[in-house]
Design a protein around this ligand. Structure first.
Ligand code: GTR
Length: 419
């Protein structure tokens, strides 16, 4: 008898805990208003969205989350480093473009590796995304230039002294199924993120920062952290892509995994030239709603990676409810352009449900353009992709990773959106 009462009490307790916001479901009204302007104007059409609310939200993200790009003239030059019309056993055209950023005193180089399918009608649609360990890791092809930039040491890849060597060729090829991408008629553009900014907390002294600041000078609290610099790199890469006659400038999808998924979302939000934005397991500071505090939280991410976001974002450690935005608004900035969010079932650190809900709650902006939203706030079954209007989502079984399964879904989505 006693036992039954105790177990009932435990159940009631668990129920109350969940209702009181253990994080599983954020009621709509707990999220900041997507469609009410700072002055209280209700946004009910896409003109008001574009003229009033979208610029406000963009600025809120710039000032409070990712940071603004400092207002300084930088010269950027694009040079063809190599071209091979018979790459990958005759399956591809390979190009490497070097973008040189210069402030007159110092310069920095970013290498854009491009593979385009051969024997197809040009211009071709492409996927562009950054990689974690250098362009040479995405395919074993010996003709890919090994990045000279700082690379994080990695015992598995035999990277020591922060320098990549021949031993790292192709070590991340499972994330970049290039032959399959080419076979489906798409090109690929990949850039090592460390070319733009090395991913460690160095007080913003190296990478692209050194072109924008004097020695020892720090970004202001509202100025960019590393994620915004990587997104800036993608946008500058886009400046080249629009000039390449082999590439369809209206069919460039920006893609990223994890921290680079956060980067892809911010790039897609800022730069309307990206026709599709794809977030793979981007989690906190990416697709996941911050207010849920599931898995990685604002405080955890700012503590482990103090250089990723602007300093102002640190003010929201343990104070997510004070943020003037949440991540559904980031996806809203991408509307009406197509967006695809993907999660992985064993990646609870990235809060799959929070990633889904953020996409779902961005739907009110898509509605302004007459586009449908996802049907419900309940996630689809594992490994079932759900695409509707200009949105796509799936949760893949397995771990935090970018797999062939994910790519096939992204290409299926692009096939529909681009045709
Ligand atoms: C984790 C970080 C995540 C995610 C991931 C990655 O350590 O907590 O936010 O970005 O790294 O980029 O692989």
């Amino acid at each position: 008898m006693h036992r039954i009462i105790i177990s009932k009490l435990i159940l009631i307790f668990i129920g109350l805990f969940c209702l009181s916001g253990c994080g599983q479901n954020i009621p709509n009204d707990a999220l900041p208003e997507l469609l009410v302007s700072n002055d209280g104007i209700v946004i009910s059409n896409f003109e008001d969205w574009e003229n009033i609310r979208r610029p406000e939200i963009l600025e809120l993200f710039e000032k409070n989350v990712y940071g603004e790009i400092p207002n300084k003239e930088i010269d950027i030059n694009y040079k063809l480093l190599k071209i091979d019309n018979d790459a990958l056993d005759g399956k591809a055209i390979q190009k490497e473009i070097i973008a040189t950023f210069s402030n007159g005193k110092e310069s920095l180089e970013m290498n854009m590796l491009i593979f385009l399918p051969k024997n197809v009608k040009k211009p071709v649609p492409v996927f562009m995304g950054m990689n974690f360990y250098g362009n040479q890791t995405i395919h074993p092809d010996p003709n890919i230039t090994i990045t000279p930039s700082y690379v994080k040491n990695n015992e598995d890849f035999l990277i020591t002294n922060n320098k990549a060597t021949e031993l790292s060729r192709g070590v991340r090829s499972h994330r970049w199924p290039i032959e399959r991408i080419l076979e489906r008629g798409y090109g690929i553009v990949s850039i090592y993120y460390g070319d733009i900014d090395p991913d460690f907390d160095d007080d913003f002294q190296n990478g692209i920062h050194k072109l924008f600041y004097e020695d020892g000078e720090q970004p202001k609290p509202n100025e960019w952290g590393s994620i915004a610099t990587w997104a800036y790199g993608l946008s500058k890469a886009m400046d080249y892509l629009v000039t390449d006659k082999d590439i369809d400038k209206n069919k460039v999808a920006v893609i990223g995994h994890s921290r680079l998924g956060k980067t892809a979302l911010w790039a897609g939000a800022m730069d309307k030239r990206f026709a599709i934005t794809i977030s793979n397991d981007s989690g906190c500071g990416g697709a996941a709603l911050s207010r849920r505090r599931q898995g990685e939280t604002v405080k955890k991410i700012n503590t482990s990676f103090p250089h990723w976001f602007c300093k102002n974002f640190h003010l929201y450690n343990d104070k997510e409810e004070d943020l003037p935005v949440d991540q559904h608004m980031l996806i809203g900035l991408i509307a009406p352009r197509p967006v695809y969010v993907a999660s992985a079932s064993e990646d609870q650190w990235a809060d799959p449900e929070g990633e889904y809900l953020s996409l779902y709650h961005s739907g009110s902006v898509y509605n302004l353009y007459g586009l449908e939203n996802l049907r419900s706030d309940t996630m689809p079954e594992v490994n079932q992709s759900q695409t509707i209007g200009n949105m796509g989502y799936h949760i893949r079984s397995g771990k935090h990773d970018l797999t062939l399964f994910d790519w096939e879904k992204y290409m299926d989505f692009a096939d529909v959106q681009f045709n």
